[in-house]
Design a protein around this ligand. Structure first.
Ligand code: AMP
Ligand code: ZN
Ligand code: ZN
Length: 373
């Protein structure tokens, strides 16, 4: 569930989230990778690599070797394997003869050698209830075709979080709706287990959280620096990747560094825990607004956002959710916060796969699993 902040389920009655807590594992939060944006993080969950290492360094970026831009709305780019590094979990599984399926998971639309045996190409407006029914119907396929790993995506509550902010009544309403979809899905999984005599492990997680932005807290970069002296500008609210003209670098840095509401770094000088800055797709400078501040390059083209994400993973507003139930997971177990690069190892272990090297480690999450005899 995109943009489901770690604390959203506490905002209202959520009997189905409560069931997951009672019968399974609940982590205090899941920590996103930097930048806490959708594409980099879905692909970190899938590969166990930080964005610096898997190459999807933002929702949009420029590759200087390929001389091509990547944006999430460009189907040619999203579908081209040259952009997608590392080994996603569906590749690991399919290589080892384990069938996988994806309903809208970021990265599965690529024309790589190994892709999920079943996949749906992204269609934003497809109703959630239809998505649930398709995913359930895949379980009822003949044994030989049935997926053993299904990745499944909802674009809410991210959309409502951006429009109305994380503290709005609209978020409470959406959380309540999502709890109902969750309940429906869990009931259908229970039924499939009985009908088919199978056991299902279910993980519910999110790519990042959401930070509130008061309407007056908006920084417009082109009012601070000279927008005509830019080589390249990528990224978006609240994190931009910018290469200014060579002879403008110093002035660019000084002007932005003087602003109390944002941070600017050379890509080689980022804080250690960002684990970011070596990939050639990252521009020379990273410009990030402070928590509680919005950032745009040339004004609010899309109008005012009451919430956004992309900030420092240590900012707890950026933390997401992790719940899991099923035979592999302990019952009523609380786990500490952990980084999303550990998810790959978790899934590989449950499916009994030989895992590729990652930036995470099975050791970090092993205690949530039941002991094997
Ligand atoms: P953002 O909040 O900017 O990090 O991105 C969230 C948006 O990504 C969602 O509203 C979705 O519409 C979009 N999105 C998610 N998955 C895909 C996909 N596979 N292809 C294109 N867009 C997607
Ligand atoms: Zn997202
Ligand atoms: Zn978002």
């Amino acid at each position: 569930m995109d943009g489901f902040r770690w604390d959203y389920a506490d905002k209202t009655e959520t009997p189905n989230f409560d069931r997951l807590v009672k019968e399974g594992v609940h982590a205090a939060s899941i920590v996103p990778s930097y930048p806490s944006k959708t594409f980099p993080n879905h692909y970190s969950m899938a590969t166990g690599l930080y964005p610096d290492n898997h190459g999807i360094v933002q929702n949009n970026f420029y590759d200087p070797e390929l001389k091509r831009a990547f944006t999430i709305g460009n189907r040619d780019a999203v579908g081209d394997s040259v952009f997608w590094g590392g080994e996603p979990i569906w590749e690991t599984a399919e290589k080892q003869g384990v069938k996988t399926a994806s309903y809208f998971w970021v990265g599965t639309e690529s024309n790589a050698d190994y892709s999920p045996s079943m996949r749906k190409m992204y269609e934003h407006d497809f109703p959630f209830s239809n998505r649930i029914d398709s995913v359930i119907s895949w379980l009822y396929l003949p044994k030989k075709e049935r997926p053993h790993l299904t990745l499944f995506y909802f674009h809410e509550p991210d959309g409502v979080g951006h429009r109305f902010g994380p503290d709005s009544p609209e978020i409470i309403q959406m959380v309540s709706e999502l709890d109902q979809y969750l309940g429906d899905f869990l009931n259908k999984l229970d039924k499939a287990e009985k009908d088919l005599g199978i056991e299902i492990n279910f993980i519910l997680t999110s790519d990042h959280g959401m930070g509130a932005i008061p309407a007056e807290n908006n920084i417009i970069l082109s009012e601070i620096i000279d927008p005509t002296r830019m080589k390249r500008v990528h990224g978006g609210n609240p994190v931009y990747l910018i290469s200014p003209d060579d002879d403008y670098e110093q002035e660019f840095y000084s002007l932005l560094n003087a602003n109390p509401h944002l941070s600017v770094w050379k890509k080689s000088d980022l804080p250690e825990h960002y684990r970011y800055g070596t990939n050639p797709r990252i521009e020379e400078f990273i410009v990030e607004a402070n928590s509680g501040w919005g950032l745009s390059f040339s004004g609010r083209k899309k109008g005012y956002s009451a919430g956004t994400h992309g900030y420092d993973p240590q900012n707890t507003d950026m933390h997401g959710i992790f719940y899991a139930i099923g035979p592999a997971f302990k019952t009523g177990y609380s786990h500490e916060s952990f980084e999303n690069v550990n998810l790959y190892s978790l899934i590989a272990e449950i499916l009994g796969l030989d895992a590729a090297p990652t930036d995470g480690a099975f050791e970090n999450i092993r205690y949530m699993l039941t002991e094997k005899e």
